[in-house]
Design a protein around this ligand. Structure first.
Ligand SMILES: *Cc1c(COP(=O)(O)O)cnc(C)c1O
Length: 382
């Protein structure tokens, strides 16, 4: 074996799910309550927590953010041939949810500073077939929502926020996921507040509330029946099963109760990275994340931008040699095999292509030894 091929033990993993210690106790409670299907006591508590943001009319737990986005596409009555504007630099679910309804994802390039959709390019991407805009708040840093919302209002388009990474983050003091008509959260184990798999749909425009409940409950009016608003429970719309069971909600509730402290502790690691890497940025060896002053992020991610794809490949290799696991992120959807088939670019994807090749995500979790990562990185980029 050559020296390079020798496996180096992982000293600092890229992600490590955080447990508050109350998850299993809550799950035991759910068993004691003898309510294991969805929409029991723990789901109600999670809904109330999500509904504490004043703009949220109704929150609904789902089994993933993907499910919440699929619900949004159903609520929007997306038809084959409709167009939905989104960044190419995002997770596949942003597009798939709408592609499942026959829509064409129309990709818009990203901004160099935040890596979010470039709001200045959206208007030119609108055609008579455009139905919705899906801003994605990358790394929990908000898109330029005032501009996007004003344009959507003017052109009669629906805004669905993919706020998968945005739990506990704000834009001009307003909670991400509560700014568009609909917002989607993820509680996947790689996110900040977790339940393994999990998500939520935030219904901010009350016009969508009744149908959202129905779509989530297999197209039935079961929820209205349990509230005794109707006297029988029947099939009233197209729908599916999008709700999680109580075991998941019980787990999630333990996390929600500690959301502030989880966010604080992640922020401390983020700040440590940011201070510790200022010198390398001054030397021109990397670029640190840029957070506009109106955005309060949630330390979902700490990424760096390296000078080139080759530099990134080499840094990943060197860090791995010192036991530090780092990962790159999205392969832009417009150039992915299925994106080429079903999507369309609204213009050149210059920044998307360039930045996605240079981005590297550093280990980010509660308790991560950021100092050790910084030290390894200083050696790796030298
Ligand atoms: C994680 C993520 C999703 C998918 O979330 P799931 O809960 O795994 O379905 C969608 N969009 C973005 C931007 C994400 O980061």
């Amino acid at each position: 074996m050559s020296p390079q091929a020798q496996p180096v033990p992982v000293r600092i993993p890229f992600n490590k799910p955080y447990m508050t210690g109350k998850e299993l106790w809550n799950i035991a409670q759910a068993h004691t309550n003898l309510h294991l299907a969805g929409d029991g006591e723990f789901t109600r508590r999670c809904h109330a927590w999500l509904e504490r943001a004043p703009q949220v009319h109704k929150a609904l737990l789902t089994h993933s953010c993907t499910a919440a986005l699929e619900m949004a596409a159903l609520l929007a009555d997306i038809r084959p041939g409709d167009e939905v504007i989104m960044p190419s630099y995002t997770f596949v679910s942003t597009a798939n949810a709408f592609v499942l309804r026959g829509a064409v994802p129309v990709f818009v390039d990203i901004r160099q500073d935040t890596l979010n959709i470039d709001e200045q390019l959206i208007e030119a991407a609108i055609t008579p077939r455009t139905r919705a805009i899906v801003p994605v708040h990358y790394a929990g840093v908000a898109c330029e929502m005032d501009t996007i919302m004003a344009l959507a209002r003017q052109r009669g388009l629906l805004v669905v926020e993919d706020a998968a990474q945005g739990v506990m983050a704000t834009y001009k003091g307003r909670t991400l996921g509560t700014l568009g008509a609909l917002g989607a959260y993820s509680f996947h184990e790689t996110k900040n507040i977790i339940s393994g798999e999990g998500g939520a749909l935030l219904v901010n425009d009350p016009a969508y509330a009744d149908r959202a409940e129905i779509i989530r409950e297999k197209g039935t009016n079961r929820s209205q029946f349990f509230r005794e608003q109707v006297d029988k429970y029947t099939w009233v719309d197209t729908g599916s099963s999008y709700l999680p069971g109580e075991v998941i909600a019980a787990f999630l509730w333990a996390q929600m109760e500690e959301a502030e402290s989880i966010t604080r502790r992640r922020m401390a690691a983020w700040e440590q990275y940011h201070r510790g890497l200022a010198g390398l940025e001054r030397e021109g060896l990397l670029r640190r994340p840029i957070v506009p002053p109106e955005c309060q992020h949630n330390a979902h991610m700490y990424y760096i931008l390296l000078p080139s794809l080759q530099a990134r490949t080499e840094v990943i290799r060197r860090l791995k040699q010192s036991g530090v696991n780092t990962v790159f992120h999205y392969v832009p959807l417009h150039s992915a095999p299925h994106g080429l088939k079903v999507g369309r670019c609204a213009g050149p994807m210059t920044h998307t292509e360039n930045l996605s090749e240079r981005l590297l995500r550093l280990p980010m979790w509660v308790g991560v030894d950021a100092a050790a990562v910084i030290e390894a990185l200083c050696q790796a980029v030298a």
